[in-house]
Design a protein around this ligand. Structure first.
Ligand code: DGL
Length: 280
């Protein structure tokens, strides 16, 4: 095969995207919007969700299995579309593989540093993400004098997964979680869990107009595009809907995932296939 054809074949390979479940679909959605020529293989670990309350060791093991699965699908790059897995496993896994891999935390931290005017940033996420202090670490690397206040919001993920995006129960719980952050005078709030963009308007209403909400998914998709350009992996071929353009795999409850995915994504997903991730 000529070198040019070889490059073409590589660039036409899909991007692998994974999360503990449905949350990463908010990142996949952004990739679909910003780089529509890219094919995607998505894996949602619906059998082992939530990741937010598990240890670093467990999340690293899970992430490693998923990366092996995605590599078997011949992906050209991987996006860890989960804050918890980005916080716990990314650093270790990127040393073990020879394809580009990015997470959502660094892009989110960068956007927040650019957005803040008063140097006070808030972060909401799972217990794992907030406990790891990963956002604070990245933000301070970029700008040491910024104050960062984190708040774990463990009940928001199950509420969102139950479809209660616009329910008074979610409003009430979110208000309780966010009350400390309102008093702390932050002007920027990172939605540090891939589920949270789904309740963006609720969080926005509670925090008020003066607080800029940062959705790391947007910057992650942009960073992925830059990376693919840099590595000469950007797919120049226009894709047709259907076929193998977007493929979805889960570790359990494929039907439930499919219904959820269809409520988030613009393109109807045809099917989600269940696989045994423990085999990888
Ligand atoms: N999607 C995960 C994240 O962004 C949260 C869900 C979970 O706890 O598994 O951290």
């Amino acid at each position: 095969m000529s070198l040019i054809r070889e490059k073409e074949v590589r660039s036409e390979a899909p991007v692998g995207v994974f999360d503990s479940g449905v949350g990463g679909l908010t990142v996949a959605r952004e990739i679909m919007r910003q780089i529509p020529n890219e094919k995607i293989v998505y894996f949602g670990d619906t059998a082992r969700v939530p990741y937010g309350s598990k240890s670093k060791e467990t999340i690293t093991k899970f992430s490693r299995q998923i990366v092996h699965f995605l590599q078997e699908q011949h992906v050209k790059a991987i996006v860890v579309a989960c804050n918890t897995a980005s916080a716990y496993a990314l650093e270790e896994i990127e040393k073990e593989i020879d394809i580009p891999i990015i997470g959502v935390v660094k892009p989110g931290a960068k956007t927040a540093v650019e957005a803040t005017r008063n140097g006070r940033i808030g972060v909401i996420g799972t217990e794992g993400t907030i406990g790891s202090d990963i956002y604070t670490t990245y933000i301070r690397e970029m700008k040491p004098d910024i104050s960062v206040q984190g708040k774990a919001c463990p009940l928001l993920v199950p509420l969102i997964e139950e479809g209660l995006w616009k329910d008074p129960v979610t409003d009430e719980i979110a208000t309780r979680y966010l009350s400390g952050l309102i008093d702390s005078d932050i002007d920027t709030l990172i939605l540090g869990c891939t589920h949270y963009p789904l309740i963006r308007s609720t969080v926005g209403k509670i925090m008020g107009e003066k607080v800029t909400l940062v959705n790391p998914a947007y910057e992650t998709a942009r960073e992925l595009k830059d990376l693919l350009v840099e590595e000469e992996l950007l797919n120049g071929k226009e894709q047709e809907l259907g076929g193998d353009r977007y493929r979805f795999y889960v570790s359990d409850m494929a039907d439930k995932f499919q219904i959820f995915a269809n409520s988030i994504l613009k393109y109807g997903i045809l099917s989600a296939r269940k696989i045994n991730i423990e085999n990888f």
